[in-house]
Design a protein around this ligand. Structure first.
Ligand code: HEC
Ligand code: HEC
Length: 485
């Protein structure tokens, strides 16, 4: 062979090798596959386990995610792996509710809407927990989940050797995957999680969220909207997403910062890591449609139950309570009420104002103008100075109450603020059949819950004094009616 033909063979060979390497790298790291395991599944299944397009930016490689609790149990609040963070886990399922698995090159795990919007409850101490998708997740410790990932990534045990050894105990990983995990995926994940930790470092200077609460919009302000870190506190309770049709003309979010349901769905997914390259149009449309007509769960309280059941209600009391509700609460809380779903000024409702002060006109303007290169179609973000008079459907599953979850039971809410508990435990999932809410005092609540102190900024339990001056018998009747919602 002449020298020149040797060069040509060498060149062609090298190019072919590069192409093959390129294809392998693309398949191993970037090739996206649809979620075949959910094909044909009902919307609820997609809501619980489907992708909201956040795997590329927020996803943790599946096998790393699986072994992290085994390598770093000391960074979790208790035994039981991720479930110890108050994350619902259906029996026999591969992942907890609120986590989606999607292949982008390799399998990745990211949380979705159900992470915060699935409630768990027990009616009696011996019951197993039951889950209500679209209910407010009052047990999930979202902040501790983020802390867990950050602490693990910063630990010297987060190495390819240790993680792969743990993975190989349960899974015989193909050699090519192992090479990619060892040299690329594990080191890159460590870096990304450490960076994530820096981005959330500001949360450590603010009051703890505790279970069932997050600061939903400060991460948006300081991250997505690139605003300077400030000293506001935006702690907010999780909310239910059922029957959104009944809220069609309502202001949404606790302070009514947006009035368009579609925009709230899209911006929620953006907040969780979706980008315009990763919008799962089908799934977002499916979720949106499903939430519109999904009914609130039926109350476990009933006049039909035997009188010795803790969930029994006296029909006369309920009827009397209904009249009182119409008289004292209906204007703001009945579906047909004139002020239902509107923003009631803080000066009037009198509840803790930190959450409202967190959101500003500048933030609203920036979100409406977010990423001009892509038409997100958002123009309903606004700055308001109050809290929305929310519908009270499924109230039995919504404790603790008010936007910051500062009042453990509805009975307490009907007492003047000075008589409401100054401290209690939140995050326990046993329904408080007497007071309406979840059990928030006593040994069990203390052991399983989070100590909530109303003196901490953003945790105030003042205001909303409606019904607090009613006679004791009227309050009892009103409470019985509220138990039926
Ligand atoms: C990390 C927790 C979290 C995740 C994940 C999450 N949300 Fe939310 N969501 C919240 C909280 C907390 C609020 C109330 C925030 C506030 O107003 O301060 C909320 C409010 C809402 C509201 C307003 C409801 C109303 O009646 O005012 C809608 C709608 C909503 N979320 C939809 C979604 C959708 C759809 C997704 C997934 C794409 C999602 N959320 C993901 C925590 C979460
Ligand atoms: C003037 C309007 C108005 C009236 C009247 C009113 N409320 Fe409210 N209610 C609100 C607003 C606004 C909020 C949200 C306040 C917040 O979260 O800071 C709220 C919140 C609540 C919540 C908490 C909901 C949740 O998911 O945490 C309950 C329960 C409630 N109200 C019950 C009542 C009852 C019972 C009455 C009648 C005795 C009543 N309200 C009268 C405006 C009103």
């Amino acid at each position: 062979m002449s020298a020149s033909s040797k060069i040509i063979v060498w060149l062609v060979g090298s190019i072919l090798a590069l192409v093959v390497i390129g294809i392998v790298v693309w398949i191993q790291l970037f090739r996206e596959k649809p979620q075949h395991h959910l094909a044909g599944a009902p919307p609820e299944e997609w809501f619980k386990y489907g992708s909201i397009g956040s795997e590329a930016t927020q996803g943790v490689p599946y096998w790393i995610w699986i072994v992290l609790p085994k390598v770093f149990p000391d960074y979790l609040p208790g035994p039981g792996g991720y479930a110890s963070l108050g994350i619902p886990w259906e029996q026999g399922r591969e992942l907890p509710v609120g986590f989606s698995k999607k292949t982008i090159g390799f399998e990745r795990v990211a949380f979705n809407c159900a992470f915060c919007h699935t409630a768990s409850f027990r009616l009696r101490p011996d019951d197993l927990p039951r889950y209500v998708p679209a209910g407010p997740n009052h047990t999930v410790r979202a902040q501790d989940y983020a802390r867990f990932l950050t602490k693990a990534a910063n630990d010297t045990r987060f190495t390819p050797e240790i993680l792969l050894a743990e993975i190989e105990r349960i899974y015989d990983m193909p050699w090519l995957d192992r090479i990619f995990y060892r040299f690329i995926i594990i080191p890159a994940t460590k870096k990304a999680l450490i960076k994530n930790g820096w981005q959330l470092a500001w949360t450590e200077t603010k009051p703890n969220w505790g279970p069932g609460r997050i600061d939903p919009f400060n991460p948006i302000k300081f991250g997505i909207l690139a605003m300077a870190i400030d000293d506001t506190i935006g702690s907010a309770d999780m909310v239910p997403l059922w029957d959104m049709q009944a809220r069609a003309n309502h202001a949404l979010h606790w302070d009514g910062l947006n009035t368009d349901f579609h925009e709230v769905v899209v911006s929620s997914a953006i907040g969780d890591g979706m980008t315009y390259q990763s919008i799962p149009q089908d799934n977002l449309a499916r979720i949106e449609k499903w939430l519109k007509t999904l009914p609130a769960p039926e109350s476990p309280f009933s006049t039909q139950l035997p009188a010795d059941s803790p969930y029994h209600l006296d029909p006369r009391n309920v009827a009397r309570g209904k009249r009182l509700f119409r008289q004292y609460c209906g204007e703001c809380h009945a579906p047909e009420g004139k002020r239902a779903g509107t923003v009631i000024p803080v000066a009037e409702v009198g509840t803790d104002r930190h959450r409202v002060d967190m959101w500003t006109a500048q933030a609203a303007k920036r979100y409406n103008a977010y990423q001009k290169e892509y038409d997100w179609g958002m123009d309903h973000f606004q700055d308001v100075d109050g809290y929305v008079s929310v519908l009270l459907d499924g109230l039995w599953l919504r404790g603790p109450y008010l936007h910051n979850g500062s009042v453990p039971t509805v009975r307490d809410l009907l007492n003047p603020p000075a008589q409401r508990p100054a401290t209690f435990y939140r995050g326990h999932d046993l329904v408080d059949a007497v007071n309406l809410g979840f059990v928030s005092q006593g040994e069990q609540a203390q052991r399983l819950g989070f100590f909530y102190d109303t003196h901490i900024p953003g945790n105030g339990n003042q205001g909303h004094v409606y019904g607090t001056t009613l006679a004791a018998a009227d309050k009892a009747a009103l409470l019985d009616y509220l138990k039926t919602l």
